[in-house]
Design a protein around this ligand. Sequence first.
Ligand code: NAP
Length: 300
Amino acid sequence: MNTEVRGDTEVLSGKPLAALIQQRAHDQTALLDDQGLRPVLAVVVATDDESTHWYVRSIERAAGRAGIGCRIIDLGHDATEQVLASVLTDLSAEPGVHGIILQTPLPASVHADRLVGLIAPEKDIDGANPLSLGRLAVGQPAFAPATAQAVVELLEHFEVPVAGRNVTVVGRSAVVGKPLSLLLLEKDATVTICHSKSGELERYTRPADVVVVAAGRTGLLKGSHVSANAVVIDVGTNVLPDGSLVGDVDEASVTGVAAGLSPVPGGVGSVTTALLLLHTVEAARQQSHATLLTASTSRI
Ligand code: NAP
């Protein structure tokens, strides 16, 4: 594998893996196309935040390249919970839509936890419905949140073993830290989860073979927090006042200490978008299969 190395630290770029996953999504879409089925992803947006709109447009462009339909439903920053609920309920019931994302941030007045529960589990391609998280917890099939899965895929792509290894995850959100910890546990890692009340992080990160940081705090993880040979995956995305994007890892001090570090941008984020597309294609395939089964059983 052709990889960049900075001061003994391998740069774990997500871009080549993202390209492979996009190609897989494209190939599978072509197969479905032969059967007259075009996967469609719906993205529900309710914010004025320019960086969110930029991100959603990047999903739309990537979907187009993979032959996947993408419907952006922009309800405006003042959308009510009632309107959001009704749109999600309709999309969940619409046969022509196979995947649904409820994009954050959402208006402060709405209860995001209630809304994600309205996304039909079979269309919940970003694992937002608590049912999906529950299924992951008991090892049943479900779409994992794409970011959490992107971390696991990135580790596998760079052949970083996790079975029997100590992995420390910094962050315990329902969209990243918790599902990621469940996925790693499923892969036989010994997982330690840290959060804002954990105290000195180095107590948990220094003994770790792999450290994943998903806290949304610029410069949280420094070189002194990790041991040599550790692999560090940076999930954080923080926008600096000058508009540039950085992660949670103090790249300057970790470079030269850790064995590998994923960059921001160009690390986990690019893999995440590609996985959203692959999940949409898989959802479309599963739903068409379920429809065929229902049709054939009703004829018996
Ligand atoms: P979140 O809901 O705000 O959760 C942050 C987590 O980090 C919480 O569990 C919090 O602990 C913990 N935390 C905060 N400060 C800490 C500290 N000083 N020490 C240890 N733990 C600390 O955020 P999220 O949605 O999980 O996202 C995390 C980061 O990932 C953000 O930067 C986000 O933008 C990024 N992200 C990236 C992608 C991608 O595709 N690249 C996708 C999703 C999210 P408590 O639970 O105690 O509050």
